[in-house]
Ligand binder design. Structure first.
Ligand code: SF4
Length: 194
């Protein structure tokens, strides 16, 4: 369950006008999940369905994410799911560098508060944001997907795993197999760290 600090941030996000996406959005989409989650998943930006429901990953990509979670016996309500930007870019275009930079504070605060054991980045925007945060040099998503990065922070070890965005599997079934493989890697890490 979300506690006071993240709930308060949700309200800030819904009222945020820090970047131009606030002009075109119908509603912002804060992160979702328990504040003590072991795993945080980070996507790119909300789509139309997410904006409509005010929840992350509830459209077609969300169905694929749910399938991937089920494939490794991970319940959706035990993980935290968020996006690099919390408002939908018009016509689902990529978020700009400026929009990502403006929204960055929210993502940093979510991660600081939750302090997860594992972060799984979904797609290249989230991968780039997290690699930058932890000072890792990023290759392409095709090169980096499924790799495991251990980061020492505040006396704790964080594991970072970049994977493809679930939306990539909508039009390319081969990517689904790759995602399933990378989620098995996630399962192994969670079992090892238990
Ligand atoms: S995308 Fe982020 S920074 Fe931009 S208006 Fe929405 S919440 Fe604010």
């Amino acid at each position: 369950m979300k506690e006071h600090e993240l709930q308060h941030m949700d309200e800030e996000i819904r009222e945020c006008i820090a970047c131009p996406l606030s002009d075109s959005r119908d509603g912002a989409v804060p992160g979702e999940g328990p504040e003590d989650a072991r795993v945080v998943f980070i996507g790119e930006a909300p789509g139309r369905q997410e904006e409509k429901e005010g929840r992350p990953f509830v459209g077609r990509a969300g169905s694929i994410l749910n399938e991937l979670l089920s494939s490794i016996d991970l319940a959706r309500d035990e993980v935290y799911i968020t996006n690099v930007v919390k408002c939908r870019p018009p016509d689902n275009r990529d978020p700009t560098v400026e929009e990502i930079a403006e929204c960055r504070e929210y993502l940093d605060r979510e991660i600081d508060r939750i302090a997860p054991a594992v972060i799984v980045t979904l797609g290249r925007f989230a991968m780039q944001a997290m690699f930058r945060r932890y000072g890792i040099e990023a290759g392409s998503i095709g090169e980096e997907r499924g790799t495991i990065h251990r980061v020492e922070r505040d006396g704790r070890t964080l594991t970072l795993i970049p994977v493809y965005h679930p939306a990539a599997a909508i039009y390319d079934p081969k990517k689904k197999d790759v995602l399933l493989e990378d989620f098995r890697t996630l399962r192994r890490i969670l079992d090892e760290e238990r």
